[in-house]
Structure formats: structure tokens, C-alpha cells
Design a protein around this ligand. Structure first.
Ligand code: PLP
Length: 386
């Protein structure tokens, strides 16, 4: 399998050089807009591209207000702050996620609670969530869910759309409503992914997107908070920009804010990348179809988008028959200059989260032991084009 796969990937990318997992791709006005910020000297916290980039994301995702931030982790931390996450709170998420999901809630003073992922989406499972809450939570007289033993408040549920595949949102929204817990989506990986026609990250009160260099589009570093309610969006902008009260020259700040503002330089790159996003998405979808065909009639199972959703196929992935075949596949492909990676180690295996509460993690364990990510950069773009 590994030899055939190396040959197949090299044919797809038409190169004998090193093939990365996901490289930034520029195919439009990137140089023009970035140079414009240099020419105008507006490279920092003031400039037109930040507003433009936020409007691009609002139009594309259909959210009421989008707020640009320095990175996706900062966007998630802001989303949790806005959701009212405080010191001592519990935040439910998946053990099978990138560490940033947990770091964000940890730095708000909260503790993660790990619930299993669904075998349909590889993201937070609504059935496992409800079972966990039935066993461990009670609703107090104010309608707030608390932990039966420690009395800690379950403040938010944070599903993550793994590799761009949308989670089961209708069901998750229903479970969150039943227990009166706010839904905050880690949509860091899912720009361009839709659930029943609606963009991921817009179902909860807040969602967070990342524009890191390895994501679908990049701003170098950057993120975006999606706010369902416009007024929440205005407050989000306020607290991410030092909470300064507008005034021609006075410095008055009405609360302890963050400096999470995205520089205009990075936003310029984002504006150009938004113009080529639809092209990237169709190229990535075509790539996924190639992989799907390649793995057909093998004992390696290509991971497809859930039936209800439209995935951006950020990272293509395959489930190996067992852990040993996964090791061989990863070793051999990397030794031959084709980059592949295992999925993340589950969060409760990391020292800082090993004591976290958790439910059964059967599906997560299965995927953790078998999944391999495959090279997924969009194909067909002239990488030197300006
Ligand atoms: C990329 C990513 C983030 C954080 O994004 P940064 O921009 O790198 O801070 C958060 N959560 C998940 C699941 C991610 O993949």
C-alpha cells in the first residue's frame, strides 16, 4: 500500500520533490494587497483591510458580525470569554482535537471535560454528550447545569469540525438547549464547510476560525470570531481591541480588554485569499475524489464527508486496518518525501489535562490508533503566480 500511495501522490502533485501535508497557496491579489499596506504605511492596527476582511467573512459565512483576531486560538479564547466562561467552570469538548481547543479554555480558567466523538463526523458526538450529562449533571433552580459531585457549572460545549467535516449540529444544538449550555464552535479547520447549507461556526452563539499557514486559506497568522448576534459582535470587537472608548484623543478603556487585533498587513493577505477560496475548495474536493477512488477496494477506508454536510476537505484522511499498518504507512511515506501524519494524541494523555473528567472515548480511541492524514494542498494552482 505505502509504495503505491507514494507513487499515486507524486502523480497527483506532478513532482519528485518533497510533498508537504498542506502548504500555503497564493493564486490571486496577495502581492498587490500586501504591497498596498506597505506603500500606504498602514501595516499595523489601523487600516481598511481589517474591515474588508471581516465583511468578506460575514458575507461568505452568513454570520451577523465577524471580528478578526491575531490567531485562531485568540479567536477561540475570545469566543469563550464572550460566552461567559470563568475560572472554575467546566467546558465540554472532544479529547480528539488539536491542543489549542483546550489551551483556549484553560487560559480562561476553565477545565475541559472530554466526551467521545461520533463515528459519522469524527467530531463531538451528541449522543455521548447527552449520556455524559445524564450521568454527571443536574439542572439547578436557575436552570443552569452543574456537576453532580463538584457543583462546577457546565458553561459551554465546544465541538470541533475535525479536518473540516461538519459535526451533527441539529442534534448538538438540541442537547445544548436541553441542558441550557452555550454552544461555541471550534471551526478553526472548517472555513468552507457547511451543515445542511449553513456555514459551520454560525450555529452556536460564537464560533472561531483560524487562518494559520496550514489552514484552507492563510493570513500568515490570524483568526476570526463569528458572532450570531450583532451586538455581541460589537462587544467582541471592543474587548479584542483593548476596550478603548472611541474619542478623538483621550485614552479611556472601560474594562480589561485584550490586544487580539489582526494587523492590516495580515488582513490584506486574507482579502486576497478570500477571492481564491472557492477555487481552492473545488480543487480540494477534486483531490478528495482522487483519494477516494485510490482507496476503493482496499482495507484502508478513506474518510468521506458526512451525508448531511459539505466538507472543505481541509485534510484528507484514511483509516488504516490497524495500528501496525498505520505505523508502516506513516514511516514509509515520510521516508520517501511524502508527508503524512497521525491524528493528534488525545488530550487526556497530555500532562496538563490528564486529570480532566471524561466519558467513554471508544470511537476516539479507534480513530486515534488508525487515522493518517494525507497531503492535501490544493492541486492545479501555479504556486508562483502573482
Ligand atoms: C488551527 C487550530 C486552532 C488554532 O488556530 P491558530 O490560528 O493556530 O491559533 C484551534 N483549533 C483547532 C482544532 C485547530 O486546528
Amino acid at each position: 500500500m505505502q509504495k503505491k500511495l507514494v507513487k499515486f501522490v507524486r502523480e497527483l502533485y506532478q513532482t519528485e520533490k518533497f510533498i508537504p501535508l498542506h502548504a500555503p497557496t497564493f493564486g490571486g491579489n496577495e502581492r498587490k494587497y500586501v504591497n498596498d499596506t506597505l506603500d500606504s504605511t498602514f501595516v499595523s492596527s489601523v487600516g481598511k483591510y481589517v474591515d474588508q476582511f471581516e465583511h468578506h467573512i460575514e458575507a461568505y459565512t452568513g454570520t451577523s458580525k465577524a471580528v478578526a483576531t491575531v490567531n485562531g486560538t485568540a479567536a477561540l479564547q475570545t469566543a469563550l470569554y464572550m460566552a461567559g466562561v470563568k475560572s472554575g467552570d467546566l467546558v465540554i469538548t472532544q479529547a480528539l482535537t488539536f491542543v489549542a481547543t483546550c489551551n483556549a479554555l484553560y487560559h480562561m480558567g476553565a477545565e475541559p471535560v472530554f466526551v467521545d466523538v461520533s463515528s459519522i463526523s469524527m467530531g463531538l458526538c451528541p449522543r455521548a454528550l447527552d449520556i455524559y450529562l445524564e450521568e454527571n449533571a443536574f439542572v439547578n433552580n436557575d436552570g443552569i447545569s452543574q456537576h453532580k459531585v463538584t457543583q462546577q457549572v457546565f458553561r459551554a460545549v465546544v465541538p470541533m469540525h475535525t479536518f473540516g467535516h461538519p459535526v451533527e449540529l441539529d442534534e448538538l444544538v438540541a442537547v445544548c438547549a436541553k441542558w441550557n449550555i452555550l454552544l461555541v464552535e471550534d471551526a478553526a479547520e472548517s472555513l468552507g464547510s457547511f451543515y445542511k447549507g449553513q456555514h459551520t461556526g454560525t450555529f452556536g452563539a460564537f464560533g472561531a476560525i483560524s487562518f494559520n499557514g496550514n489552514k484552507v486559506i492563510t493570513t500568515g497568522g490570524g483568526g476570526m470570531v463569528l458572532c450570531k448576534i450583532y451586538d455581541d459582535g460589537m462587544r467582541t470587537k471592543h474587548i479584542t481591541t483593548t476596550a478603548k472608548v472611541p474619542h478623538p484623543y483621550e485614552f479611556f478603556h472601560d474594562e480589561a480588554g485584550f490586544n487580539f487585533r489582526l494587523p492590516n498587513l495580515n488582513a490584506a493577505l486574507g482579502c486576497a485569499q478570500m477571492e481564491v477560496l472557492p477555487m481552492f475548495l473545488s480543487q480540494k474536493r477534486a483531490l478528495a475524489t482522487h483519494y477516494k477512488t485510490f482507496f476503493e477496494n482496499s482495507d484502508f477506508q478513506f474518510v468521506e464527508e458526512p451525508e448531511y454536510g459539505h466538507s472543505n476537505y481541509w485534510l484528507n484522511s484514511v483509516i488504516c486496518p490497524d495500528e501496525a499498518s498505520r505505523e508502516t504507512l506513516i514511516k514509509e511515506t515520510n521516508a520517501n518525501g511524502v508527508m503524512t501524519r497521525p491524528i493528534w494524541k488525545m488530550m487526556h494523555r497530555l500532562p496538563m489535562f490528564e486529570k480532566a473528567f471524561r466519558g467513554s472515548l471508544k470511537n476516539s480511541e479507534f480513530i486515534e490508533a488508525r487515522l493518517v492524514n494525507l497531503p492535501s494542498s490544493p492541486i492545479g494552482v501555479d504556486k508562483n503566480a502573482t
